[in-house]
Design a protein around this ligand. Structure first.
Ligand SMILES: Nc1ncnc2c1ncn2[C@@H]1O[C@H](COP(=O)(O)OP(=O)(O)OP(=O)(O)O)[C@@H](O)[C@H]1O
Length: 643
């Protein structure tokens, strides 16, 4: 096998430590079986010997201030270097630009607003495809156990060459590495279910995101909200992982304790978007001493540095800026800064002329999903099933609403169907209208659940776990039985007690039509939650949308008298189609009695009919007469169902 074939196999397996393996081939020959075996072994142990050194120069991010319309630099002329296996802590006061620096390095900002150069192993490049960005919030599915959450990530993210047993072994390995053995079978926890501690949640969340050992890991404030012991444990695990797998880690930190601070290899101190110090942790003391701010004895150096570089509380804005400028210039002219600049240049020379297989293979790896559409769908379906079964509270809330509303209907229209006089026609129509509108209103209660899911979806999709298609399909399919049960419960109480058309065909049709309306309403709520991330706005819009469909359904105001704005909505309104189809379904075959008039001609009784024959001679009219008057063509029922 030649080198090209080696390359293909390595790329096929998304192998990370390619160079090492090729060099390690025995007898100086490239043997396919031995190569594959090594790749498998490597997959199982997740070895990835070659790391990525990250450096940046003159990095700025400039926006146009929406109020003043002036250009504003959020970070300015930053430079730095971090080698594989090291952990860099980005420290600075609130609003100093820590998250912006991470975002710019991770390629999460608009490129047009970014200037400067980012290098991977000394060559210009973007870390996006080799990195994972661990966000501040530990968005996880609270009803799953720690092991299930990590297993889910492993099933989706590991290459096809991993067997189920390999994946389980790797999950166990990462659980141990992250010190989660004791809580592996415990649920993460929700508002209602007591779960694992905050520190354990954070470690579990990070574990699911760095499972495949991306070469570079960005962590946005991984310790926020944790006590100092939990923060220490989180950073300790990250440092150990970085050393063991030669990973490059950049973490923004708020206020590390002395012990946590001592775990960091390098620190980057930022104030007002400028570098005030960058380099190894220990020499920082020396730099600040020379600058006139020595670290007091028995004082946490991190606290001291953050105190010194914080000019936010300087009442004179100009003075605050000058102060930061002075410190920043002092660093620029320091020997520590010169060393960093030199290191950036050395890296470029070190990697010059070498083909970087790690970068090549890794960039291909992240540009596609590890599982195909169907596999993603099955894995997501399984998780969705567990989620729905364990997150049963929402289901019961909706069930209890469904039962209450159906009882409300019964109390209003008790045995209405048995009364076949003409006065009952309008009441019958009202009962149908409310059965649709009440049942569909229940879906609004699902907004918070979809919004919570949305955060998880965004995080997992951005980490290339799966695409939107299988996610939407699995959730739609899983919601079907729940919507059906709610519809059946509503119908089984209200339908017989309101005594509607007891023909079996009519009953089945009624259930199908209500079920489809409930699904359409559920889809509307999902759509609104998908485009509006704010809970209050989303729930207000979902309620408004429901009221809007209700008002334009043709019941409250007849279609011919609908205002222009609502008449277009009438044409696409799912509540309208359900309402009209349900009326057709119920009214066909019924006979209603007209009101007998006290006057009689030649002893022949006279009648007043609201529908049908109005000559006064007919004592009855049919359901079809009502439909004809309303212009609901009975033959359209299946067309409406489809709509
Ligand atoms: N797109 C933007 N438009 C206007 N101002 C912005 C924009 N992006 C960032 N900023 C401002 O830039 C500054 C730096 O923001 P950034 O989020 O990077 O700070 P931070 O150090 O991470 O803060 P914190 O620790 O509070 O999260 C802040 O004052 C922020 O308001």
């Amino acid at each position: 096998m030649d080198n090209n074939n080696d390359q293909e196999i390595l790329e096929h397996h998304n192998f990370i430590g390619a160079e090492t393996i090729i060099n390690k081939n025995e007898n100086g020959k490239n043997d396919k079986n031995s190569l594959n075996t090594k790749i498998e072994i490597d997959h199982i142990s997740s070895e990835s010997t070659q790391g990525v050194d990250l450096s940046w120069k003159d990095l700025s991010y400039e926006i146009t201030n929406s109020k003043t319309k002036k250009r504003q630099k959020i970070i300015e002329n930053m430079y730095g270097v971090i080698e594989a296996g090291e952990v860099l802590g980005v420290l600075g006061p609130s609003g100093s630009g820590k998250s912006t620096l991470l975002d710019v390095l991770a390629g999460r900002k608009d490129k047009k607003l970014v200037s400067g150069e980012i290098c991977l192993n000394g060559k210009p490049g973007q870390p996006k495809h080799l990195s994972t960005y661990v966000m501040q919030e530990h968005v996880m599915n609270g009803v799953l156990t720690v092991r299930e959450s990590i297993q889910f990530a492993a099933d989706l993210c590991f290459p096809k060459s991993y067997s189920a047993a390999d994946r389980r072994a790797r999950v166990q390995q990462i659980i141990t590495e992250f010190g989660l053995d004791r809580v592996a079978e415990s649920k993460i926890g929700t508002n209602f279910v007591r779960g694992i501690s905050g520190g354990e949640k954070r470690r579990a969340s990070i574990a699911t995101q760095i499972l495949t050992h991306p070469k570079i890991i960005f962590l946005d404030e991984p310790t926020t909200g944790l006590d100092s012991a939990a923060s220490y444990n989180v950073i300790k695990v990250i440092v150990e992982m970085a050393q063991k797998y030669n990973l490059t880690v950049i973490a923004s930190l708020h206020q590390p304790s002395t012990k946590t601070f001592e775990l960091l290899d390098k620190i980057c101190l930022i104030a007002r978007g400028r570098t005030v110090y960058f380099g190894d942790r220990e020499p920082a003391n020396d730099f600040f001493e020379r600058a006139g701010y020595p670290v007091p004895s028995y004082f946490n150096p991190a606290d001291h540095f953050l105190y010194v570089i914080n000019s936010d509380f300087n009442t004179d804005k100009r003075k605050g800026e000058d102060y930061v400028m002075k410190l920043s210039n002092e660093f620029k002219n320091s020997r520590e800064s010169a060393e960093i600049q030199e290191k950036i240049t050395t890296l470029i020379h070190k990697h010059q002329g070498k083909e970087d297989i790690v970068l090549k293979v890794m960039s291909k790896k992240k540009s596609r999903y590890e599982r195909n559409f169907f596999q993603q769908f099955i894995i997501l379906l399984n998780r969705c099933y567990k989620n729905n079964i364990r997150n049963i509270l929402l289901f019961w809330i909706r069930m209890s609403f469904s039962i209450s509303l159906s009882l409300l209907m019964v109390s209003y229209w008790w045995k209405l169907g048995d009364k076949l006089e003409q006065d009952s026609v309008l009441r019958r129509m009202t009962a149908h209208f409310y059965s649709i509108t009440l049942l569909t209103s229940l879906s609004v209660a699902a907004v918070p659940v979809f919004l919570e899911e949305r955060l998880l979806f965004e995080r997992e999709r951005s980490n290339h776990f799966y695409s939107a298609g299988p996610y939407a399909l699995s959730h739609t399919i899983m919601s079907l039985p729940f919507v059906l049960i709610i519809t059946l419960t509503f119908t089984s109480i209200s339908y017989p007690l309101v005594a509607l058309n007891n023909d079996i065909y009519s009953i089945i049709n009624f259930i199908i039509l209500l079920f489809l309306a409930a699904l359409a309403s559920e889809s509307t709520v999902i759509f609104i939650s998908a485009i509006i991330p704010d809970f209050v706005i989303a729930i207000s819009i979902a309620s408004f949308a429901h009221a809007f469909w209700m008002m334009s359904s043709g019941y409250v105001v007849t279609p011919s008298t609908l205002p222009l704005l609502l008449s277009w909505a009438y044409r696409i309104n799912y509540q309208r189609y359900t309402y009209e189809a349900i009326l057709v379904n119920d009214f066909v075959g019924l006979k209603f009695g007209c009101q007998e008039l006290p006057l009689a001609v030649d002893d022949m009784p006279l009648y007043s009919c609201l529908y049908g024959d109005k000559s006064g001679l007919s004592s009855q009219f049919s359901g079809a007469d009502v439909l004809q008057e309303l212009q609901y063509d009975e033959t359209k029922i299946w067309l409406w169902t489809v709509r």
